[in-house]
Design a binder for this molecule. Structure first.
Ligand SMILES: Nc1ncnc2c1ncn2[C@@H]1O[C@H](COP(=O)(O)OP(=O)(O)O)[C@@H](O)[C@H]1O
Ligand SMILES: [Mg+2]
Length: 349
């Protein structure tokens, strides 16, 4: 069976995607699939049909895994394409995707996570892992997804949504501190904690650099967890224990910052069971498919859903693979079960 692992793209999380996808590609190869790793944005210039077909069985990586910790801006990424064009789908990407039985969406953040790439694949009759366009877009949008949670009685931090035009005049319906985040962000990029009005104004401005929609949330004090849902089953939760500050970009991706992970978590069974119920409920309410990850806080007021992720990180040290490991599911088997689960969902096996 042939799989294209679609990586990179053009989002602030481009580098996360590249390192994640290379590991997924190798895992799937070990599981016996024929895998071509393809950079969505850079594509495969000047490759003919035969060369594209050969990529599925070649040992050589078709993409440059030049990965840095820097936050990639559009300009930095656009400069990577030698011909100066900027459309998201690079040369021959759709062509090689159509040669695969299924595409593994190895993208993170921005276009890739917001459902637009999935829509293009749908329109080209190309099967892919994970959720469809609508659910992806919904999960990506922190304001809309919280509205769906509220409708379904799922507790989430109180919030208001601002656009650039409404940001000049608003009243905060809860106290400081507050969390300011771009509605369609990820990896904690563009996210700030404000303790007073002056900070809030500064943080709003900074956050609007990343998105025209910004969410202000009440700050939740509590223990933080994440729980993956794979093929309808919730994995053991993982606790994220940050010793200094909060779970920001540095803690997520830059080594040297102290974050501890605990899975299975040390919490009462009934809380863990409740978290599983809410994770599956949230997953289904948003219409997610195949796999995803739900982030939580837990305190004396109960469980809060922070957000849903339709394309969780997939390096072996990412949260979901660690949870799978705690459930006795090795990394390669996790990747395999996602592919097999989706083939079943799509009636392809
Ligand atoms: N309402 C909140 N109160 C306290 N901390 C928060 C809140 N929302 C987010 N955080 C912290 O910020 C991190 C990133 O926020 P999240 O909404 O998950 O965005 P991202 O898509 O960037 O992961 C969380 O993992 C959590 O540590
Ligand atoms: Mg998160």
């Amino acid at each position: 069976m042939k799989i294209v692992v679609l990586a990179g793209g053009r989002s602030t999380e481009r580098n996360v995607s590249l390192s994640s996808s290379a590991k997924v590609a190798n895992a799937l190869r070990r599981k016996g699939y024929e895998v071509a790793l393809v950079d969505l944005f850079l594509g495969l210039p000047a490759a003919d049909e035969q060369q594209l077909a050969a990529l599925f069985t070649s040992d050589e990586q078709a993409i440059d895994l030049n990965i840095s910790d820097e936050i990639m801006t559009d300009d930095v990424i656009n400069a990577l394409r030698p011909d100066g064009t900027t459309q998201l789908f690079g040369p021959n990407v759709l062509k090689i995707a159509a040669m695969a039985d299924i595409v593994w969406i190895g993208l993170h953040g921005g276009d890739g996570e917001n459902g637009k790439v999935q829509a293009v694949l749908d329109l080209n009759n190309i099967a892919y892992t994970g959720s469809g366009p609508l659910a992806s877009g919904l999960a990506m949008d922190k304001s809309l997804s919280k509205q769906v949670m509220l409708y379904n009685g799922i507790q989430t931090a109180r919030f208001i949504n601002l656009t650039k035009s409404t940001a000049a005049d608003f009243e905060l319906p809860f106290d400081f501190p507050v969390v300011v985040k771009p509605a369609n962000g990820g990896s904690s990029v563009g996210m700030y904690i404000a303790h007073d009005d002056a900070e809030l104004q500064k943080d709003l401005q900074a956050s609007f650099e990343f998105d025209d929609d910004v969410v202000i949330e009440e700050y939740i004090k509590g223990r933080e967890f994440s729980m993956a849902v794979v093929n309808g089953t919730a994995l053991p939760a993982i606790e994220i224990i940050v010793n200094d500050g909060w779970y920001d970009f540095e803690h997520k991706f830059v080594t040297g910052n102290t974050t501890k992970f605990q899975t299975p978590p040390e919490i009462p069974d009934e809380v863990h069971d409740e978290m599983k119920r809410i994770a599956i409920q949230t997953f289904n309410a948003l219409g997610l498919q195949n796999y995803g990850r739900i982030d939580f806080f837990w305190n004396t007021d109960g469980l809060y859903v922070i957000e849903a992720n339709s394309l969780p990180g997939m390096t072996p040290l990412s949260l979901m693979p660690q949870e799978a490991d705690a459930a006795g599911i090795a990394y390669d088997d996790l990747c395999d079960s996602i592919v097999q689960g989706q083939l079943k969902n799509l009636g392809m096996k």
